[in-house]
Design a protein around this ligand. Structure first.
Ligand SMILES: Cc1ncc(COP(=O)(O)O)c(C=O)c1O
Length: 489
């Protein structure tokens, strides 16, 4: 079929709009005999019938395997050069107590950046020593709580935090391990990176100020300096940006060795994933090997011992393991000159996936309840919110007979979708379901109308608890309490 000129250059019309590109989907994703997509052995229509839509679905085996394989790849490559690596799962990508436990089972630590994320990690039973605490404006309460429970490391993000963390550690009678986040001047995104001498951003401290700040940390008896931290960006496909940043950081690291021990170096997260067929991230084994080679070469060049390396990946572990399931509500062909784009509206939108509106992020989509021979049609998957920018998939092809009532799935939504979800237009945030071996279970329940009203001080709470039996799951339709059992269990 001819390329639709309304489609972006990178998107070609597929021979078959039913196929699932293995690079985008969880490893268990496949079509059943009926043509429905199954994830973890559970079919999309079954998921929709049991839990409603929209619904976040996570392939548990896929997430656990990605965590285990990433850890193994980095362990192997850094053992090869003669050091070790600590992997922190970046909780901001997606955090629930279940997922925190999967990560710990895979041997990962957890990186949190608020008191709320810390509370979830602790509720999951994560040992505090395995937790790193981030943030450019940690409150005094958060710092106090982190030192009190004994988090493994706090990443100091500004000069003022040195005193705040030192005081909290003293108050709680601990010596707190800390890292110092610096701006290396390197920004990376996908295949490009930008190296500047000065950073104009809120995170971290100015590179040139680091030696004096490390001296201030070392002067505090309640602080133990572990090393530098740097995070250069997200959705990075190759090692070049990391190489430039690691080189700059290791020059500073070498300078700091003159004043005392610097046992570790944290290179942050940011490893990219495929959201569409245009994305081609490096395999994690290549990134691990590339990073190990850079660290090894830079340390050898400077004649310094290899530090223990820390990394903080989030998206690359949980992103590809998750999909979002929606039901199609309306379909509108929009003719622009000779060409047509089908606007397919689903029962969620920017409240469950803010990334397109926030970053112009691209996603892809497939019909999830059936396969069909209908010719591919260019579609735009629109949400139900009162914003014209409420688009979930800007451009992809679906079979042209896509109809109201069909189910569609958007892959690669495991990271930064649920965690960025909102209640815009008073839609309840969808449930999160884990699927494995043909079984599905709720790991975070969906929000009900009661949840949405619960914080409104003008509502009579006693009346609410008896009178309200309805719920929203993004469709705007109400469902009875019985029907909601699966999601509220
Ligand atoms: C300090 C830090 N570490 C780790 C991450 C995780 O990044 P990603 O999920 O892209 O790997 C982020 C993301 O913003 C971050 O800011």
């Amino acid at each position: 079929m001819a390329h639709n000129p309304l489609a972006p250059e990178w998107l070609s019309s597929p021979a078959d709009a039913n196929t699932l590109d293995a690079a985008l989907w969880p490893s268990s994703a496949q079509r059943s005999d009926t043509g429905a997509i199954t994830i973890g052995g559970v079919s999309a229509p079954d998921l929709a019938a049991r839990f409603g839509t929209p619904l976040y679905v996570i392939d548990e085996t896929d997430a656990r395997t990605r965590a285990t394989e990433l850890r193994a790849a980095f362990d192997t490559e850094f053992a090869r050069i003669g050091t070790t690596v600590k992997v922190y799962y970046a909780a901001k990508a997606f955090l629930s107590t279940e997922v925190a436990r999967w990560m710990v089972d895979a041997g990962l630590n957890i990186d949190v950046c608020s008191g709320g994320e810390l509370a979830v990690a602790l509720a999951a039973g994560v040992a505090p020593a395995r937790i790193g605490f981030h943030g450019n404006n940690k409150s005094r309460t958060e710092i106090d709580e982190a030192t009190r429970v004994g988090v493994g490391t706090i990443i100091i993000d500004s000069p003022i935090e040195i005193v705040r963390v030192a005081e909290a550690a003293t108050r709680n009678g601990v010596v707190q391990n800390v890292r110092l986040r610096v701006n290396s001047g390197v920004h990376a995104h996908t295949h490009e990176f930008l190296a500047t001498s000065h950073e104009d951003q809120k995170f971290g401290v100015v590179f040139e100020d680091a030696p004096a700040l490390v001296a201030a940390i070392r002067a505090e008896p309640s602080l133990n300096f572990l090393g530098l931290h740097c995070h250069i960006g997200s959705q990075i496909f190759g090692v070049d940006g990391f190489a430039e940043s690691a080189s700059r950081l290791l020059s500073l690291h070498a300078e700091l060795l003159a004043g005392g021990p610097v046992p570790e170096l944290n290179l942050g997260g940011g490893f990219g994933i495929a959201y569409t067929s245009a994305d081609d991230p490096s395999p994690i084994t290549d990134l691990a090997a590339g990073l190990a080679d850079i660290v090894s070469a830079e340390c050898a060049r400077r004649g310094i011992p290899l530090p223990v390396i820390a990394i903080e990946p989030g998206r690359v572990i949980i992103g590809p393991a998750g999909v979002t399931l929606y039901e199609v509500g309306t379909i509108k062909p929009v003719r622009i000159g000779e060409n047509t784009r089908l606007y397919v509206s689903i029962d969620g939108g920017m409240s469950d996936n803010a990334r397109p509106a926030l970053y112009g992020a691209e996603f892809s989509v497939r019909l999830a309840d059936r396969v069909t021979d209908a010719a591919p049609a260019l579609v735009r998957i629109a949400g139900k919110h009162c914003e014209s920018g409420d688009i979930v998939v800007d451009a992809d092809y679906l079979p042209s007979d896509v109809a109201p009532g069909d189910l569609v799935m958007v892959p690669a939504t495991g990271a930064y979708c649920w965690s960025l979800a909102s209640n815009y237009n008073y839609l309840g945030r969808p449930a999160v379901v884990a699927v494995v071996d043909g079984e599905a279970r709720v790991i975070v329940r969906g929000e009900t109308i009661d949840d949405l009203l619960a914080r409104d001080a003008g509502v009579y709470f006693d009346k609410l608890s008896t009178a309200s039996t309805s719920s929203t799951n993004g469709t705007g339709a109400t469902r009875s309490t019985d029907e909601m059992k699966e999601t509220t269990r």
